[in-house]
Design a protein around this ligand. Structure first.
Ligand code: HOZ
Length: 445
């Protein structure tokens, strides 16, 4: 679909209109670039303009035009226990009553750090920051400081926030909007970034052969979620672990999306491969801005003020964000939803697969745990090149038909959908029913 920003695309349901959202969007565009504070929200991959959200609870978003949606974005990952969970609200509101930011240490920071270190196999120490971008940026600096090397290996189509050195062949909205390499990033910032295709071990071996003793870190999403959902091939993560060990290079998992989602201990616990350093975000902030990075005590002893690698932040470890994170992690630890998420997500994946097959659409549904993507592509996708070959026009038509039927999917082929513990079996079945109609309309049957 190629509608320009500012228009609302036609969908088959005549009662689906967004007049208030459109007015809100026009107002926003006057004072905010593209009307959004993060390009992923701008509907650049599907055309048209986004519904503006009034509120959310559980598995549902409500827009200012009075529509309710079953939400599969979950704020792009954080809302694994559902929106406005009573325990999270209570925890944040208790913290707020005591003051919202001190710029001095608090006990809550140690409490959540202990929970994170207990949960995530690679972590003995963790530093809190405010966004996933800060976490991955800091990980790179520490990895370079620890090894005394400059180069890093990054996988094409992986997205690690808008860190200069990593915004090269990047997924997520950078791909959606056709800017996987952003202007404004100097050649110098990316001169030490070596690109390899995901799931291609030989390419990483070749990088080590070309740059012996120069590579500080191999950085990747262990399960790629920012070019749509692309799992690692069997044995790939294990082989990267061996290879980086042999070369004295740090293996870094960006678990901003997968941390506390694919298992309580993240992808590293699920796949049994322990990296040297880990970046976390999204779920650990429980819907408020918090992220973190960490590794062994030895590695983290390089971080200021203990070591010389400088990194800081006024709102790092913010009490409200810590309170939301603690409440969310407690729910995940004490009432683990992972088995149920697996069942619901498998049912959704099968339903989408059947819907696409019955409509005769090119398709593959890829899923790990509660993250999944229906690609309009024939056959499995293992890397960025294959992901980019998906039929994005068909995806855009499907997306709008789903929205009109009350299902809010990620607004790009190159993003993963997230199932939350708040979704019910009825929500999943309603989504599948909507998809059966939507795909037929999208393919023109
Ligand atoms: N990391 C998010 C999903 N790819 C993007 C969130 C955003 O850019 O707003």
């Amino acid at each position: 679909m190629t509608e320009s920003p500012g228009s609302t695309p036609a969908v088959s349901r005549p009662d689906y209109r967004l007049p208030r959202s459109l007015a809100a969007f026009e107002r926003a565009c006057r004072v905010i670039p593209g009307g959004v504070n993060s390009p992923a929200r701008a509907f650049g991959g599907v055309g048209g303009t986004p519904p503006f959200i009034a509120r959310a609870e559980g598995a549902y978003l409500h827009d200012i035009d009075g529509h309710r949606y079953i939400d599969y974005i979950g704020s792009w990952g954080p809302m694994i226990v559902g929106h406005a969970h009573p325990r999270v609200r209570e925890s944040v509101s208790d913290a707020l009553a005591l003051g919202s930011s001190f710029g001095a240490p608090t006990e809550r920071e140690s409490e959540i750090a202990e929970m994170v270190v207990d949960a995530v196999p690679s972590l003995e120490q963790v530093r809190f920051v405010s966004s996933g971008t800060e976490a991955t940026m800091s990980v790179l600096r520490v990895a370079r400081g620890v090894t005394g090397r400059d180069k890093i290996v990054k996988m094409t189509g992986h997205y690690h926030g808008h860190v200069d050195a990593l915004l090269v062949q990047a997924g997520s909205a950078a791909t959606t909007l056709g800017t996987p390499n952003s202007p404004g990033i100097t050649a110098g910032s990316t001169a030490d970034t070596i690109l390899c295709p995901f799931n291609d071990l030989a390419a990483v071996e070749d990088a080590f052969a070309r740059f012996p003793d120069q590579i500080a870190a191999v950085v990747l999403e262990p399960v790629a979620g920012n070019m749509g959902l692309v799992p690692p091939r069997p044995g790939y993560l294990e082989s990267l672990r061996d290879l980086t060990h042999r070369h004295g290079t740090l293996l870094v998992f960006d678990e901003v999306m997968t941390g506390f989602r694919l298992a309580y201990g993240g992808a590293q616990a699920r796949f049994g491969v322990v990296p040297d350093m880990t970046a976390l975000g999204k779920i650990i902030g429980g819907g408020l801005p918090a992220a973190a990075y960490g590794g062994s005590s030895r590695v983290m002893s390089h971080v200021s003020p203990v070591g010389p690698v400088y990194q800081a932040g006024t709102l790092s470890g913010n009490p409200l964000a810590m309170a939301a994170g603690i409440a969310t992690l407690r729910l995940l630890r004490d009432e683990p939803p992972y088995e149920r998420l697996e069942t619901l997500s498998a049912r959704l994946a099968e339903g989408l697969e059947r819907a696409a097959r019955d409509a005769g659409a090119p398709h593959v549904v890829q899923r790990v745990g509660s993250m999944l993507t229906l690609f309009f592509h024939d056959g499995p996708i293992h890397d960025y090149e294959a992901a980019k070959a998906s039929n994005t026009k068909l995806f855009a038509r499907f997306f709008w038909e789903m929205l009109a039927r009350g299902v809010y999917l990620p607004c790009s082929q190159f993003e993963a959908a997230f199932v939350s513990a708040a979704h019910s079996l009825d929500d999943i079945d309603a989504t599948i029913a909507a998809a059966r109609e939507a795909i037929k309309v999208a393919v023109g049957k």
